[in-house]
Design a protein around this ligand. Structure first.
Ligand code: 6R9
Length: 629
């Protein structure tokens, strides 16, 4: 099933469209199933209801761990590079990982965690994070990983939404020069959560923390007293594997639900084909496991394929901007999968951080998370890949589970800034605002997908209606991605960015409504409107227009105070870059904020604001323009 030439890609693609069930059945057969499926696919995009490998029984950890023990027991599964370059890296073989996962799974069981229970994981990028994720999967518990940059309030919201009964965390985290509290943030969160019965705490920074008797337990102590054998729970292909929260245009983040069978098949298939993974290669995905990229391309995809996955605890600029290149040299990394924001940031430090490192081990480069600009693409291709490595721009989403539109490394002809062509099994189409398909090439529209694929979202946790409304109602019968897209004369796809009220800051998805809600909680704020604007490093920055009760005496201080509130409510990743105080917002007579105008002003394009005659008070536009930051 592995694609190695463009002709094979074309053949596989054609088969995947003419006979999707036959195509995916052949892929799925390569995995270990406890019981075979009865039907490959049942679906409709109206309810929506999507079921893959119906009736099939399996456990993803048997595929990620047990099945490699025969021939790869001593093969490295995870190589961990710590925050400090002088600290010793850790190599965990498949057999070691298997044992550690089983032990920790037994700890979860000891504290009453059962199949279907939800477990919140709030950990830094340490091997225990991957182990905790896999231990949940081992016993059929549903993991909900929360990225370390989220606040106590955000953790509490996610725990309460999913009704988690356990939290797994650490005392603290090392990130570059900083030591970040983890357990105390969880403690703050837990004041608002009644469902959590137990907390397991792993030691990383040995920061003093409170440990409550009867609730909190040390990881290191617990794993000493349990068995190293833990049979894998038999899971239905459609049982939930995990929940991952992500931002949309309205309301609080929603819990995207992925299921065991389809997600496994899709994460592993895309990993091995897109990156053209060769046995023995070292795969370094720089994402955090708190995001979908880490779930699929640090943990599940690579491990299901018996690959070696490199996990990095720190940040690209610590101790200096050469850190990624030092890691590549030290561990002889073959595949580097990173984000445009990281590339742009490292570019800005200059080539002196690159030139002293031997990057000749690299065979493939990948980008993900946001549109990659031409300059960053070329810089990566020339200076990191030495024009010798395929560079693939991979488009996908938390909801899609795995990569959707991308070149296959070294197989699909590349085109800078283009995600190029859909993978086998993926049927994209462009629609206009009325939902009519835009056919032919050299066109732009909203990107939808018309047929299910195994890794797709099944529901939003606890609120199926929200899943239907968000993804399947804008254009009935289609999955709507929220992205705008261009299809060029050659039929190549280029994703141009979100067409909804979601902004992408350093590859992190943030809903403008979420940031507005947080700002509005601040004392003295009447109303706010948040938009994105182009930012050289982050891709997009956060621009907030804020109406206050009284004219601020010290606007600079007020801005800082608002930023602290946003940090407390959501987390540092949502802190506005610019705050402009205004006396009103451009609203239509029906009370709708005309965001188009706010975006233009934030972008500095005040000469082309378009028609403002339908505004309730057109004069407000001049005030906003004059005060632009
Ligand atoms: C995997 C991931 C999804 C949103 C998506 C789109 C943007 C991701 C992209 C890209 C252009 C790419 N996006 N990859 N835009 N080119 N190669 O990032 O998931 O965090 O859910 O974000 O990111 O706007 O809709 P997620």
């Amino acid at each position: 099933m592995n694609i190695t030439t463009f002709e094979e890609y074309q053949t596989a693609y054609a088969q995947s469209v003419s006979d999707p069930e036959g195509f995916w059945a052949e892929v799925a057969q390569q995995f270990v199933w406890k019981k075979p499926w009865k039907k490959v696919l049942e679906w409709n995009f109206t309810e929506p209801s999507v079921k893959w490998f119906v009736g099939g029984k399996m456990n993803i950890t048997e595929n990620a761990l047990d099945r490699h023990l025969a021939d790869k027991a001593d093969h490295p599964a995870i190589i961990w590079e710590p925050n400090e370059p002088d600290d010793q890296p850790v190599t965990i073989t498949y057999s070691m990982l298997h044992t550690r996962v089983c032990r920790f799974a037994n700890v979860l069981k000891k504290y009453g965690v059962k199949k279907g229970d939800r477990v919140c994981i709030y950990l830094p990028m340490v091997p225990e994070l991957a182990i905790a994720v896999l231990a949940c999967a081992r016993i059929g518990a549903v993991h909900s990983v929360v990225f370390g940059g989220f606040s106590a309030q955000s953790i509490a919201d996610r725990i309460n939404d999913a009704g988690c009964t356990m939290v797994i965390t650490s005392d603290g985290a090392y990130r570059g020069a900083k030591v970040i509290p983890m357990k105390s943030t969880v403690d703050d969160a837990l004041e608002k959560c009644s469902t959590v019965k137990n907390v397991i705490v792993m030691t990383r920074t040995r920061t003093p923390i409170s440990m409550l008797k009867g609730r909190d337990h040390w990881w290191e102590e617990e794993v000493k007293h349990v068995d190293a054998i833990c049979p894998a729970e038999e899971m239905d292909a459609e049982d939930t594997l995990f929940i991952l929260y992500t931002s949309g245009s309205t309301g609080k983040p929603k819990g995207v639900v992925h299921t065991c069978g389809g997600y496994m098949v899709y994460a592993a298939y895309t990993f091995s084909n897109v990156f053209q993974y060769q046995p023995g290669e070292i795969h370094f995905c720089t994402a955090d496991i708190g995001w979908i990229t880490g779930h699929s391309y640090i943990v599940y995809g690579p491990l299901c394929e018996g690959a070696t996955s490199l996990m990095f605890e720190g940040v690209p600029t610590y101790p200096d901007a050469g850190r990624f290149w030092e890691i590549v040299e030290k561990h002889k990394v073959n595949i580097l999968y990173t984000a445009p924001t990281a590339i742009r940031s490292l570019m800005s430090f200059g080539l002196q951080y690159v030139k002293d490192h031997d990057l000749s081990s690299l065979t493939k480069l990948g980008s993900v998370g946001e549109p990659i600009n031409e300059e960053a693409w070329q810089w990566m291709k020339h200076n990191i890949g030495k024009n010798n490595c395929p560079l693939i721009d991979t488009w996908w989403q938390t909801e899609t589970g795995g990569i959707m539109i991308t070149p296959i490394a070294g197989v699909t002809p590349e085109k800078p800034t283009y995600a190029t062509l859909p993978l086998p099994g993926i049927q994209p189409l462009l629609v206009d605002e009325h939902g009519n398909e835009i056919e032919g090439n050299g066109v732009s529209g909203n990107l939808c997908i018309k047929f299910p694929w195994p890794g797709m979202i099944r529901t939003t946790y606890g609120d199926h209606e929200r899943c239907k409304q968000t993804y399947f109602s804008t254009y009935p019968g289609l999955y709507f991605t929220g992205d705008g897209c261009l299809r060029d004369e050659d039929g190549y796809y280029r994703i141009t960015g979100r067409v909804d009220d979601v902004i992408n800051v350093s590859g992190h998805r943030i809903g403008t409504a979420e940031v507005e809600n947080a700002i509005n909680m601040h004392l003295g704020v009447v109303e706010s409107a948040v938009v994105g604007y182009p930012h050289d490093i982050k891709g997009q920055g956060i621009y907030a227009y804020v109406i206050t009760e009284h004219k601020p005496d010290d606007p600079e201080m007020f801005r800082k105070d608002i930023a602290v509130t946003v940090t407390r409510v959501i987390g540092p990743i949502a802190r506005p870059d610019k705050i402009q105080f205004v006396s009103g917002l451009p609203k239509t007579r029906s009370g709708k904020i005309m965001r188009r105008i706010l975006r233009k002003v934030a972008e500095g394009e005040t000469s082309s604001l378009g028609d403002t005659s339908t505004l309730l008070d057109p004069t407000i536009v001049d005030e906003i323009k004059d005060g632009a930051l």
